[in-house]
Design a protein around this ligand. Structure first.
Ligand SMILES: *[C@@H]1O[C@H](CO)[C@@H](O)[C@H](O)[C@H]1NC(C)=O
Ligand SMILES: *[C@@H]1O[C@H](CO)[C@@H](O)[C@H](O)[C@H]1NC(C)=O
Ligand SMILES: *[C@@H]1O[C@H](CO)[C@@H](O)[C@H](O)[C@H]1NC(C)=O
Ligand SMILES: *[C@@H]1O[C@H](CO)[C@@H](O)[C@H](O)[C@H]1NC(C)=O
Length: 409
């Protein structure tokens, strides 16, 4: 069967050597500042939205008080632009003292007091993407500094004044230094994306030995086009990317932009469902202080989150598109879940009317199609019934919308 074959591949080629820090057994969930708040550092001009400890504390409060923490979102992640412009006299990184008066240690204490975890950001080059000091020549010292502060996750970007040809050595060095601190720190690597950008062959075995999650492709932006281009990349590369994902190791298509300026409710449901099918980290980059209830409900949908967090940790893939079985512009993706269950989704790139599917469980590639499956429409929260070998699933997929189903043998 397909699922068990995938599991064997996982255990055979990756499971044995995957990074062993006990973290990211399911895709990590939390909040990450970058897409929404960027490098907004002028707290005089924009005190509410500048990159400052206040911003992260307020997001932590919202995570706890508005139900996100209970739903599984636990990391509060700083991105670029938190540092002072220089290292200190001992070469250590430190936070901009005006925007982070408590220092990162003080912020970490606050985040931990809420039962949450703190993520931080550095880069492999000598400077971050926005020109702040980065870890290039100080990997060991910075790993120690982050651990002393009580950091729980590290995103190491690439960026300025760096040699992409040394990343295969440099990222694993950082993995060793993080491990040597004795503090479990979830390691998020931008390494494969930079190698891809430079045409350097990516060794995903090596990546999975050293990183918990890793960016494969360009940054997400606040647009549906951006979401679509990312989905297309994962479909195109699925034969390479699906086998490397598993508990402890996940491909990262970048942040959720649900509740920001561009996505409609249909599109937001589609991003959430697709990220669940992809076993992607669920790192929201939005303003939890002003998000409207319809978007919040999508982010808190416990049945979609359960698919994302399925403990088999298998990444899904595209199984049908533009063929005789689905109308043009509609795609079907499936993800094997634990206990022989499956999640599947249909999504539509049509810009016209809703389109109908007409497929059997066999068409979707579900192995137990002869015995049949009990099917639930996840967003509708409704059982659609039992589908035997000949039964056809007829659902309407809205333009740039999604139908997410769960199939249980
Ligand atoms: C920050 O914004 C204020 C008010 O708009 C402006 O006067 C000041 O020059 C800005 N500071 C910097 C460093 O850009
Ligand atoms: C940092 O800069 C130095 C000097 O220019 C260079 O040799 C080194 O490769 C850079 N570090 C990284 C990690 O690229
Ligand atoms: C360090 O690596 C060892 C061996 O892979 C592992 O058992 C241990 O849990 C790791 N420690 C941390 C803090 O990541
Ligand atoms: C990829 O990395 C793995 C693990 O370090 C190594 O065994 C393998 O030889 C590498 N493959 C290539 C093509 O370099």
């Amino acid at each position: 069967m397909w699922a068990s074959a995938v599991l064997l591949v996982l255990l055979g080629s990756f499971g044995a050597n995957a990074l062993d820090n006990g973290l990211a057994r399911t895709p990590p969930m939390g909040w990450l500042a970058w897409e929404r708040f960027r490098c907004n550092v002028n707290c005089t001009a924009d005190p509410k939205n500048c990159v400052s400890e206040k911003l992260f504390m307020e997001m932590a409060d919202r995570l706890v008080e508005d139900g996100y923490k209970d739903a599984g979102y636990e990391y509060v992640n700083i991105d670029d632009c938190w540092m002072a412009k220089q290292r200190d006299a001992n070469n250590k990184l430190y936070a901009d003292p005006e925007r982070f008066p408590s220092g990162i240690k003080g912020l970490a204490d606050y985040i931990h007091s809420k039962g949450l975890k703190l993520g931080i950001y550095t880069a492999y080059g000598n400077f971050t993407c926005q020109g702040y000091p980065a870890s290039g020549m100080h990997l060991e010292l910075d790993a120690q500094t982050f651990a002393e502060w009580g950091v729980d996750m590290l995103k190491m970007d690439g960026c300025k004044q760096m040699d992409r040809h040394t990343m295969k050595k440099g990222y694993p060095q950082m993995t060793k230094y993080l491990n040597a601190t004795g503090r479990p720190i979830l390691f998020s690597c931008s390494w494969p994306d930079y190698e891809r950008g430079a045409g350097i062959p990516i060794n995903y075995t090596l990546v999975a030995e050293n990183c918990n999650i890793w960016r494969n492709y360009v940054d997400i932006q606040d647009s549906w086009q951006s979401v679509l281009s990312i989905i297309d990349y994962y479909a195109k590369e699925q034969d390479t990317l699906v086998p490397v994902a598993g508990p402890g190791n996940f491909n990262d298509p970048d942040m959720l932009i649900i509740g920001d300026f561009s996505l409609s409710v249909e599109q937001a449901k589609a991003q959430m469902a697709m990220w669940a099918i992809l076993a992607a980290p669920l790192l929201m980059s939005n303003d939890l202080r002003t998000i409207t209830p319809e978007y919040r409900d999508i982010l808190l949908n416990k049945d979609v989150i359960a698919i994302s967090q399925d403990n088999a940790g298998i990444m899904g893939k595209r199984v049908l598109q533009d063929g005789p079985l689905l109308p043009q512009f509609v795609e079907a993706w499936t993800r094997p879940l634990a206990d022989k269950k499956y999640a599947a989704l249909f999504y539509s790139r049509s810009i016209k009317q809703p389109l109908n599917t007409n497929v059997t469980m066999k068409d979707l590639g579900l192995p137990d199609y002869k015995k049949g499956y009990m099917v639930t429409d996840v967003y509708a929260g409704k059982k659609m019934g039992f589908f035997g070998e000949k039964d056809r699933l007829l659902v309407k997929v809205n333009p740039s919308g999604v139908v997410l189903i769960k199939a249980e043998p």
